[in-house]
Design a protein around this ligand. Sequence first.
Ligand code: PMP
Ligand code: GLN
Length: 389
Amino acid sequence: MSAAPPLTLPSKLPQVGTTIFTVMSKLAGECGAVNLAQGFPDFSAPQRLFDLVAQHIAAGRNQYAPMAGAAPLREAIAEKVGALYAANYEVETEITVTAGATQAIHTAISACVRPGDEVIVFAPVYDAYVPGIDLNGGRAVVAHLRFPDYRPDWDEVRTLITPRTRMIIINSPHNPSGAVWSADDLDRLAALTRNTDIVVVSDEVYEHIVFADSGQRHHSVAAHPQLRERSFVVSSFGKTYHVTGWKIAYCLAPAQLTAEFRKAHQFVVFAVNHPMQLALADFMRERPEFALGLAAFYQGKRDFFRAALAASRFELLPCAGTYFQLARYAAISAEPDTEFVQRLTREHGVAAIPVSVFYPCLEDRRVIRFCFAKSEETLAAAAERLVSV
Ligand code: PMP
Ligand code: GLN
């Protein structure tokens, strides 16, 4: 019998391959390289958090959580954003727990974007945004955050807004550049969207990682009275509590937007891992200082890594926030960044992320990204290899 003919299935994402994070982590594993590519800590979360999960599992909290999220966790989130940003979000109607920030962002896009809608994104753009827009028939419109300071250009953004603009996706502190938006940036965004129906998705997963010596602080869209009314604000417990593998995050939005969000959310995941939600709620209450200490904790790692690379030929760009350090290698090689990271991994034993993958159609500036959410031993081992490049 002859084999069945292949299915006719034109790809909905013809340009998309496997994400760079998966590709580089796999290569790092194959080469035995130090993995400073994919962003995740290589150190443990507090033991107390694990004990709390075990307690909730033993206590039988192992069935579906409520669709919007476990009530104690939504209450803890409301308290946190109230204390930190003087922002008031209703537990019942304005806070939803999601399976990671990735799901929250994707769900916000699919709840709002229709075929033909335009969505403004800022490049370098986190790799999950544009495929989400494409899958929903929208069109990504790219505003540029230009090397070397990666500031938004509001005059450019003004020219990109059209009657078809449905959504603007922003991300501060910014992955991969580490740039942090100012209060003025949010005011400019508010002015440009005033009297429109544009919805904002604000990806704030690194909200707790803004370094004191940058002279900046995190300005949450949740704290901006005008933007709040048109925005989905997303944060991730993975980043804040060193548990990226738990994939638990949340989305704040006014009731009208949350209602639409939940219509999609309930059919994508329905609900999120129950005992872990309860453990996070307990931990937030017990250790409110943990999140507040995150910036100082990561500043120590940033400074350790930067000092260890001082003797290298990499040019280190400023880093105001996140756990990523950008480095320019123009003094070392003229290779495109995608080739340079491959060679760096294979020949020098350190994996990094090529920043051009976050840039639809922009020039390669010979910049790569290192993740410094690592133990000092890991950072020292990587730096020892990098100074000899
Ligand atoms: N947005 C940004 C900017 C990120 O860097 C990440 C993860 N590194 C995410 C979203 C996704 O977060 P999560 O793992 O909670 O899905
Ligand atoms: N967001 C993480 C990073 O920027 C990776 C997340 C993932 O692998 N999807 O490295």
